[in-house]
Design a protein around this ligand. Structure first.
Ligand code: HEM
Length: 168
């Protein structure tokens, strides 16, 4: 039998019962594939960063430097808070919880939304840039890999519009 004859004699699945069974089998395969946590599926940024311990350590390092940053403390509303040492530990807790939640970790942030938390500080784009710069310094110090660092910086950048309230 030549390939030409084969093609001419080929009959698609015409039997209604067979066709229905085939359709059901294909639908079942598709459902299983969709529900399967694909082995290749990427872990959350939270998991790739190593979870809450490394995140809390980076926030600890970052906040210590933010509190003594001269450019940020030139903003009187910021300086007022940074000059009170008793605010620092609680601030670290809030920022850690915020990062955990915003990197795909467990829901644990109970602070204010970003716009409400910063509106009274009259923050500028430049001050936001300074904070991001300090974040990058911390990420380098803690050897956050380039891919995860890029994702973190992009995630933080998305909040600029909620944090900055004064155009420089
Ligand atoms: C994406 C960037 C930022 C993130 C993720 C962030 C995160 C947070 C969080 C979670 C809080 C606690 C909210 C609460 O008390 O309920 C907070 C408050 C605060 N943030 Fe930010 N922040 C960002 C940018 C900035 C910038 C640029 C500054 C400038 C110095 C700043 C200064 C402050 C200060 C001083 C507070 C305390 C406000 C208060 O208690 O009255 N933040 N921030």
């Amino acid at each position: 039998m030549t390939p030409g004859t084969l093609l001419r004699t080929y009959q698609p699945v015409r039997h209604p019962l067979l066709a229905a069974m085939l359709a059901i089998a294909l639908a079942a395969v598709a459902t299983v594939l969709a529900a399967m946590p694909a082995a290749s599926q990427e872990k959350s940024l939270y998991d790739r960063l190593g979870g809450i311990y490394p995140i809390a350590s980076t926030v600890d390092d970052l906040v210590d430097r933010l509190y003594v940053n001269g450019t940020l403390n030139a903003n009187p509303a910021v300086k007022l808070i940074h000059d009170k040492p008793e605010t620092k530990a609680g601030f670290k807790v809030l920022v850690t919880a915020w990062v955990v939640e915003n990197t795909g970790g467990p829901k644990m942030y109970h602070g204010r939304p970003m716009d409400k938390a910063h509106a009274h500080l009259s923050l500028t784009d430049r001050q936001f840039d300074v904070v991001l710069h300090e974040c990058a310094t911390t990420f380098y110090k803690f050897n956050v890999p380039p891919k995860e660092m890029g994702e973190l910086m992009a995630m933080l950048e998305k909040f600029r519009g909620q944090v900055v309230s004064v155009k420089n």
